[in-house]
Ligand binder design. Structure first.
Ligand code: ADP
Length: 618
């Protein structure tokens, strides 16, 4: 219930639309009732030989039997029906027929107009509020730390923002419609039924709940399965997402069969569930219908006796009653499923709220320091780090200081902690203990946006968005004169190949026929960093081998990028470590050597020497 109330919070801003929808719903229900009422005089006019006066007297006789209704209602009903009859049946039969047909036409027309409006306003409410929910969840995702995205499967997150939001959405309408329209319908039809014959209504009330029980039970079954179906769909989305983004690996390892089987296991599990649901759902209507017929037959038999023997009821009234009582069934059935729908949507909503409730662990303190420039130095002081989900010490007592303008290179065996270390500088992760200081300020006290704006980051995985080359280079910058973009591209040795593309700087990456090589990607991301012109550069050199020409162009671009910048670089190129002012050799989270290339190379037993000989000798 708590979850449901939280869903309603999202509906609140759209209360005006909802209110209009409710008003239309009320009018719709009333007109629905009127259209049933109209069948009585219609049948009378068509089939009854008796004069209109008799009809009026007969109706009143019946009303006298409605002892359980308060006096004023009976009077009101008498007044209404007699003035109604007066109007309708005032002329000859053909005139009456015309009047009734006109009324039927008008009431149905109005009913449908209100039905449409009610559906429109409700759809507006539910779609707008779910758009807000989805937007909130998306915005919140951007607040969450890197570690969150490592823990959660991407497909699962996508599924929550798509399938689950849709599930919540569809049940909002269901519950709102059901909670307002159905009770109203019930009230109207019940009112009609009682006003026609309280005895028959009483009889129906005794046997109807019996059917309701069975229908409720079926609804309960269905609900249980639908939650499982939703979860299965999330699994399927995950697999899809993983294999599509990892398609190259799947092919390289010839894992198509394995992946197909994995996928099919899931889809078949899904199919099984769906079939179960289909079986229950499809069995439910024959069962309901059979039961309804039994009830119907009992009512018809008893009603028939009332008409034929005791004559407390006219034939046309009896038909009006049957219409009302059978119209009463669907709303009751719908109403009994409201709880199910609430449960269903709550399960989906819980998965969305789980995202919203995840606290961003890396966030600004109250009143963070505004830092616009980097002036002096960056220092690691006794920094330890382990990932949240493991106890393995990834960084072990790291201390060093970099002066503004220096280039610091990290080398060491893979898994030594180099990437983790540089991830701490823009606060992708926070140290488990120890501090990182920027100009002697703990970076945890600096506004995160400010901190990251000081830095440019070029990683091995150059991510390009499905946008124009121009926008990709200017990513994250609001004002970008074209000349500056071109300048950056030129400095990054990217201008020439960009100009050869079909639409130059306006070529959209990811479009058909646009092919970008690994070296070109690297140069684009260097251009991106150059345009941002950060004071601090964090750079994870790509290990992938490039052809000679590309290598040369990339190297040149990298060197230009490092000029006049404080640079942290995970180095894989000889030229880079030669350019570095200091080198840190990192092994199993510890700094094992520290110094310039010339110093370190002297130590014959040192890891650096070994490493150098292995990796950079050529
Ligand atoms: P390097 O960059 O030197 O190759 P990394 O910093 O990438 O080293 O990794 C250091 C260690 O941290 C490795 O043992 C790796 O398995 C582990 N590691 C990296 N990322 C995570 C993560 N998100 N969760 C848990 N362990 C991780």
């Amino acid at each position: 219930m708590k979850t449901y109330i939280r869903i309603l919070e999202y509906v609140k801003p759209y209360w005006k639309h909802l209110l209009l929808s409710i008003v239309c719903t009320i009018l719709f229900a009333l007109l629905n009732g009127i259209s049933i009422y109209l069948t009585i005089p219609l049948l009378d006019t068509l089939f009854q030989e008796t004069a209109k006066k008799e009809v009026i007297t007969q109706t009143s006789t019946v009303n006298k039997t409605v002892a359980i209704l308060p006096e004023w209602i009976i009077k009101l009903k008498d007044d209404v029906s007699s003035s109604f009859n007066h109007y309708i049946l005032s002329g000859d039969k053909i005139q009456s027929l015309f009047n009734i047909c006109l009324l039927v036409l008008i009431s149905f027309l109005l009913k449908n107009i209100f039905g449409y409006l009610q559906a429109y306003f409700l759809a507006y409410t539910e779609n707008a509020s779910m758009t807000d929910l989805r937007d909130d969840a998306y915005k919140h995702l951007h607040q969450l730390p890197m570690s969150y995205f490592k823990q959660e499967r991407v497909g699962n997150l996508i599924s929550r923002l798509t399938n689950d939001v849709t599930a919540v959405q569809s049940s909002i309408s269901a519950t709102f419609l059901n909670l307002i329209r159905e009770p109203l319908n019930i009230l109207v039809f019940f009112g009609i039924a009682v006003s026609i014959s309280w005895r028959l209504t009483l009889l129906s009330l005794i046997i109807l709940p019996f059917i309701m029980l069975i229908i409720t039970w079926i609804g309960f079954k269905l609900r249980r399965y639908s939650t499982r179906i939703q979860a299965k769909m999330a699994d399927i989305t995950s697999i899809l997402q993983e294999t599509i983004s990892g398609v190259k690996i799947v092919k390289a390892f010839s894992m198509e069969k394995y992946e197909n089987r994995k996928f099919m296991d899931q889809t078949h599990g899904f199919l099984k569930l769906i079939i179960k649901v289909v079986r229950i759902r499809n069995a439910s209507s024959p069962i309901t219908e059979t039961l309804s017929v039994i009830v119907g037959v009992v009512i018809i038999y008893y009603g028939g006796i009332l008409v034929l023997q005791t004559k407390v009821l006219t034939g046309s009234e009896f038909i009006g009653f049957l219409l009302a009582i059978f119209q009463l069934m669907p709303p009751i059935k719908e109403l009994s499923s409201v709880n199910n729908r609430i449960q269903e949507s709550s399960a989906a909503a819980d998965r969305i709220f789980e995202i919203l409730d995840t606290q961003p662990t890396i966030r600004n303190i109250d009143k963070p320091a505004e830092v616009k420039y980097f002036k002096d130095s960056i220092e690691f002081r006794n920094v330890f780090f382990h990932y949240e989900d493991s106890n393995e010490q990834i960084l072990d007592d790291i201390s060093f200081k970099v002066k503004k303008g220096e280039i610091l290179a990290f080398v060491g065996p893979s898994g030594g902690g180099k990437s983790t270390l540089v991830d701490l500088i823009p606060r992708f992760y926070d140290p488990s203990s120890g501090v990182i200081l920027l100009d002697n300020l703990d970076i945890k006290g600096i506004d995160i946006g400010n901190l990251r704006r000081l830095m440019g980051i070029v990683t091995q995985e150059t991510f390009l968005f499905n946008e124009s080359i121009k926008n990709n280079i200017a990513y994250g910058l609001t004002e970008f004169p074209e000349e500056k973009i071109i300048d950056a591209a030129k400095t990054a040795n990217a201008h020439n190949f960009i100009m050869e593309m079909p639409n130059g700087y306006d070529t959209v990456i990811g479009e058909r026929g646009v092919k970008i090589s690994g070296g070109q990607r690297q140069r684009l991301s260097i251009a991106r960093a150059l345009l941002k012109n950060p004071e601090i550069m964090i750079f994870d050199e790509a290990t992938s081998a490039l052809d000679n020409e590309s290598e040369l162009l990339v190297q040149e671009a990298i060197e230009r990028l490092m000029i006049n910048r404080t640079t942290f670089v995970i180095a894989h190129r000889l030229s880079t470590i030669r350019n570095a002012n200091r080198i840190i050799v990192l092994d199993r989270g510890k700094i094992v050597q520290y110094g310039t290339h010339d110093d370190l190379i002297q130590n014959e037993k040192g890891l650096y020497r070994k490493f150098y000989e292995m990796q950079f000798r050529d």
